[in-house]
Design a protein around this ligand. Structure first.
Ligand code: ADP
Ligand code: ADP
Length: 235
């Protein structure tokens, strides 16, 4: 399993907005950490610095003990699945082709890719023959979200970053997807950092919760029980 460390990480955007301020976080291998806090408190920025979609202004981020700034961003992202709210599936590619995106980049052979795609669709509850050849517009929001999760997991990345991953899904589908995610994560031992504005979701899925306040300052860090017991001054 792969650990992630943030040491004194800061992000100031070019317009002067301080999004993250001297953030220290340690995410243990195989752990699910939820980042919660009010809108604009720097959750997405924090997540996106881990895969270098955003460059930190200071501090050090390491994944598996290696400083992310010393790595080629494309290489780095191969080991980091990324799921966002409106998944951003490729609209002119089928479900199977979307899930096969990273295996294709890595030039897996056809048989291996096909088997993996079928396995993943099964895992996220989209049985292959029904869904593989559909296009994203032929799916419900919840189904699209599942395809996004399957795509992110295709090559078993040791790290998964999720930004409001279940946000676009209706409440019932959301609970099902949350349960499926838990089972998957336990199986794979993936290290997960997830952003959510839903404290109940964080309580349900996370091993530990980091509560940020405006300006990207770490307010609380603890297990769901510890954070529940503390004054929720960030909300
Ligand atoms: P959250 O995910 O907690 O809602 P974000 O990380 O998206 O917060 O944003 C943190 C702060 O940084 C906010 O004040 C936001 O307006 C600002 N911000 C985010 N992205 C940019 C950007 N590209 N340029 C300037 N400011 C930004
Ligand atoms: P391309 O023309 O982009 O190579 P394909 O339509 O053959 O794409 O599919 C992309 C990937 O998805 C291929 O690796 C293929 O093996 C896999 N795939 C396609 N259909 C299925 C299916 N029904 N079940 C499992 N995998 C599939």
């Amino acid at each position: 399993t792969t650990e992630i460390r943030l040491d004194g990480v800061r992000k100031t955007y070019p317009d002067g907005t301080v999004a993250v301020d001297r953030l220290d976080l340690e995410i243990r291998g195989g752990e699910v950490l939820a980042l919660v806090g009010p809108s604009g408190c720097g959750k997405s920025t924090t997540l996106r610095m881990i895969n270098r979609l955003v460059e930190p202004s200071g501090g050090v981020i390491s994944v598996g003990g290696v400083d992310v700034m010393g790595q080629d961003p494309v290489e780095l992202r191969r080991g980091i699945g990324y799921v966002i709210q409106h998944v951003g599936l490729f609209p002119h590619r089928t479900v199977a082709q979307n899930v096969a995106t990273v295996p294709r980049l890595l030039k897996w052979d056809k048989a291996r890719t096909r088997a993996r795609v079928a396995e993943l669709l099964e895992l996220v509850g989209l049985h292959g023959d029904t869904y593989a050849d559909r296009y994203p517009h032929e799916l419900s929001g919840g189904e699209r979200q599942r395809v996004g999760v399957a795509r992110a997991l295709a090559t078993r990345p040791p790290v998964l970053l999720m930004d409001e991953p279940f946000g676009a899904v209706d409440p019932q589908g959301r609970r099902r997807l949350q349960r499926e995610f838990q089972a998957l994560q336990r199986d794979l031992g993936t290290t997960v950092v997830m952003v959510t504005h839903d404290m109940r979701e964080a309580m349900l899925l996370a091993d530990r919760i980091a509560v940020l306040s405006t300006g990207g300052v770490l307010e609380q860090l603890g297990t769901p029980d510890e954070v529940k017991g503390a004054p929720a001054n960030a909300f």
